[in-house]
Design a protein around this ligand. Structure first.
Ligand SMILES: Nc1nc2c(c(=O)[nH]1)N[C@H]1C(S)=C(S)[C@@H](COP(=O)(O)OP(=O)(O)OC[C@H]3O[C@@H](n4cnc5c(N)ncnc54)[C@H](O)[C@@H]3O)O[C@H]1N2
Ligand code: MOO
Length: 403
């Protein structure tokens, strides 16, 4: 505990304790990009299934590949249709990339190194050694090879490989369902005209974007007014939507209208933790309500989004069985001095200095107010400052989380 508040590490340990990956489902290959494989995937076939030419040219015996020798072209083998019959001495088969190499031939003379001297006759221009330009059976993989492991996030390469392995559907983890609720009388949706005392709601869009980017399924519950009845109705909607996680935005602090935790408590939520030693994001809350986990993010937009990065993203990864769940930190060098830190772990918005130094040189943005999305969006990373950190000079090492 720092200053009586739970540390980030302790809070995250509680959040992730006992989280098992969600169950699986089957999806069509075309819908599998970005999903997480739920079981090891083995090839159902051997690739290539036959010795195949890697070039356009002539299949022949290496013994005949002598400069100046003339060979009879006895047939053609395009990709998809093998030449039926052996290739004997003094003969060759016109062959194209991907076609099976005919029996008797042991090398491919590329067409650039052959000269057509008459109808059905070529002359070897450059000799070629045995085995050239032939892809052996199973060069890429063999039936039974496990080529993509359970827990892999399927990218553009993996879906192509799965297709080549002859899988039309894939077993994947169910996408975590995340309901997102903004709260506050002051909020109106983007595209509407706020009243004189109102602002445009923003955080939910960032949280939903993060959910989608991580492979979750976002459910936008809209905006609840600052009443227990309005919030309770939305909690009911999250349960009805079978959300795995309910993310609330705002109303998490100590004000008279911070009703989110009270309403969740009334609905039967078990509180896991509330308030942690971090900045921004002190009022972060976590609990469970029946089958649903509840993450209460602070209303200040930067606080909410930084907490989403540090807590929601790891939770999504854990539910998808992805490791490591926690956002990686990396070393950097301070381009400006920093004052001593207090008892809360600080996450300072910072930009990379031009020049592309490795490790990067980082400069905190001018204003760190947790309401300022302009600075968050301008930043390249967060500088992580431990509780109680001493003042640091420019040129000193620090740790960052890259966006
Ligand atoms: N007396 C105290 N006051 C506050 C404390 C405290 O410890 N003692 N903590 C401060 C900290 S730190 C934070 S962070 C905020 C968080 O408060 P809430 O989670 O209750 O958030 P709200 O009061 O509802 O809103 C704060 C701020 O953010 C705006 N907001 C809320 N939701 C959205 C949204 N979806 N899109 C855009 N902006 C939103 C809201 O209008 C407020 O301006 O509490 C401090 N106070
Ligand atoms: O978490 Mo609050 O953001 O420190 O403003």
């Amino acid at each position: 505990m720092a200053g009586g508040l739970l540390s980030v590490e302790a809070a995250r340990a509680r959040l992730l304790a006992g989280v098992d990956p969600l169950g699986g489902e089957t999806v069509a290959l075309a819908a599998a990009s970005g999903r997480v494989l739920a079981a090891d995937l083995a090839a159902t076939r051997t690739q290539p299934p036959f010795a195949a030419s890697a070039m356009d040219g002539y299949a022949l015996r290496a013994d005949d590949a002598v400069a100046g020798r003339r060979l009879a072209v006895i047939g053609t083998a395009p990709a998809g249709r093998a030449f039926d019959g052996p290739v004997g001495p003094g003969a060759c088969v016109r062959i194209f990339t991907g076609a099976p190499v005919p029996e008797g031939a042991d090398t491919i003379l590329i067409q650039e190194n052959a000269r057509v001297v008459a109808e059905g006759v070529i002359e070897v221009v450059e000799p070629v050694a045995s085995g050239r330009h032939i892809r052996a059976v199973g060069l890429d993989f063999r039936a039974g090879d496990v080529l993509i492991g359970a827990g892999t996030r399927l990218d553009w390469r993996a879906v192509s490989l799965a297709a080549a392995m002859n899988h039309a559907t894939l077993p994947v983890r169910r996408r975590p369902r995340v309901a997102v609720l903004a709260t506050g009388d002051e909020l109106v949706p983007p595209g509407t005209e706020p009243g004189p005392d109102q602002i445009v709601a923003s955080n939910a869009f960032g949280v939903l974007a993060m959910v989608e980017a991580e492979g979750g399924f976002g459910i936008d519950l809209g905006i609840a007014a600052d009443t227990e009845a309005a919030i309770a109705e939305k909690i009911g909607a999250a349960l009805a939507a079978e959300a795995d996680i309910l993310v609330t935005l705002g109303g998490a602090s100590v004000g008279d209208l911070d009703l989110v935790q009270k309403t969740l408590g009334g609905a039967g939520m078990d509180l896991g933790f509330w308030k942690i030693a971090m900045r921004p994001g002190k009022p972060l809350m976590f609990g469970t309500l029946g089958p649903m986990r509840v993450l209460g993010l602070p209303g200040n937009p930067v606080s909410g989004l930084v907490c989403a990065l540090l807590f929601l993203k790891p939770l999504l990864k854990a539910l998808l069985g992805l490791a490591p769940a926690i956002e990686p930190e990396e070393p950097a060098v301070l381009a400006a001095p920093l004052p001593a830190n207090d008892s809360r772990q600080d996450y300072l918005r910072a930009t990379f200095e031009p020049g592309g130094a490795v490790p990067p040189q980082v400069r905190p943005v001018d204003l760190q107010d947790s309401s300022m999305l302009s600075r968050l969006t301008r930043a390249d990373c967060l500088i992580v400052r431990a509780p109680g950190a001493a003042p640091a000079a420019a040129g000193e090492r620090c740790r960052i989380i890259r966006f």
